[in-house]
Design a protein around this ligand. Structure first.
Ligand SMILES: C[S@@+](CC[C@H](N)C(=O)[O-])C[C@H]1O[C@@H](n2cnc3c(N)ncnc32)[C@H](O)[C@@H]1O
Length: 284
């Protein structure tokens, strides 16, 4: 059977992103049907096609983190705001092909989605996955966690995920934020201190651009303050999602005073109170 144009594009993407795996289209289609990305006829459900490309690109960063951890160590991945869990299911699928097993914990505040993810994981035979109904910041895992991730956890849920990762001393933290509403709402305050900036934050569109840049830079500096080395970049093409920024962090030292000073100076210049510092008092 000839693959459809849709499936050809998918296989080409997979061969680029996860090039070490020999992809079998028939098996992949069955997997995508089971997780709910494709319908029983093997066609992608509307918007879920874009989500799949986000997931594929995000997964490559998780797989790299796993591969950076010795096979002798237990790997525990905490997914914050897992939703329908397309990302962890796909990561598990890829790692299975690489004969690597990790423990996976997914948390979400929505009980329906937790139930759905649990049921699908059982159907797939993914017995290394557990899902809990919880908000992110109050969740206390029983085992040490070495990777924390959050894909489009809503607004300040990304701050919860980053703070949770820091509090758990997770070696890796990967977050693709959803929106930056909390800081955007406060950004006009900057003109109290710096009137020259007022024209930049007057139009909604420029206010939002600055809000995005400011939120993510403050999150990066917050992570750096706690000794993480951080990359901030676009992890997937904007044709799949406009929310394509990723913070990829690895713990390399205890503390970084210079980054803390930079965080506090930038925050005070813009007169904002980012949510993250409510969870990490050291930033205040
Ligand atoms: C936009 S969805 C993204 C889901 C999934 N990560 C994905 O990319 O498909 C955000 C999810 O985060 C959950 N969520 C939002 N705030 C949360 C919080 N504070 N604690 C736990 N879950 C939260 C929502 O219930 C929702 O399922």
């Amino acid at each position: 059977m000839e693959p459809s144009a849709e499936n050809r594009e998918l296989i080409n993407c997979l061969r680029k992103v996860h090039s070490e795996i020999g992809w079998d289209l028939g098996e992949l289609v069955e997997f995508l049907k089971a997780v709910g990305i494709m319908n029983p006829g093997g066609k992608m459900y509307g918007e879920r096609e874009k989500k799949l490309y986000e997931v594929i690109h995000f997964s490559s960063h998780i797989v790299k983190c796993v591969e950076n951890i010795s096979r002798r160590r237990e790997v525990v991945l905490l997914d914050c705001g897992c939703g329908r869990s397309y990302l962890p299911f796909f990561v598990n699928y890829v790692l299975g092909k690489k004969r690597r097993q990790i423990d996976y914990i997914g948390i979400d505040s929505n009980p329906e989605l937790v139930k759905r993810s649990t049921e699908i994981s059982k159907k797939l035979g993914f017995f290394n996955m557990r899902f809990y109904e919880s908000n992110i910041i109050s969740f206390e895992p029983e085992q040490p966690v070495n990777i924390v991730c959050a894909l489009h956890a809503c607004d300040t849920a990304t701050d919860e995920a980053i703070a949770k990762g820091i509090r758990l001393s997770s070696r890796f933290i990967l977050a693709a934020p959803c929106c930056q509403r909390q800081v955007v709402k406060q950004i006009s305050r900057v003109s109290r201190n710096v009137p020259q900036i007022k024209p930049l934050v007057e139009a909604k569109v420029t206010k939002e651009y600055i809000g995005v840049a400011l939120t993510e830079t403050l999150r990066k500096l917050a992570l750096e303050s706690f000794g993480y080395k951080v990359d901030l970049f676009e992890f997937v093409s904007s044709k799949y999602t406009p929310k394509n920024i990723m913070l990829r962090a690895e713990k390399i030292r205890e503390w970084n005073r210079k980054s803390l000073a930079a965080y506090q100076a930038l925050r005070d210049y813009f007169a904002v109170k980012p949510k993250i510092q409510e969870y990490l008092k050291q930033l205040q």
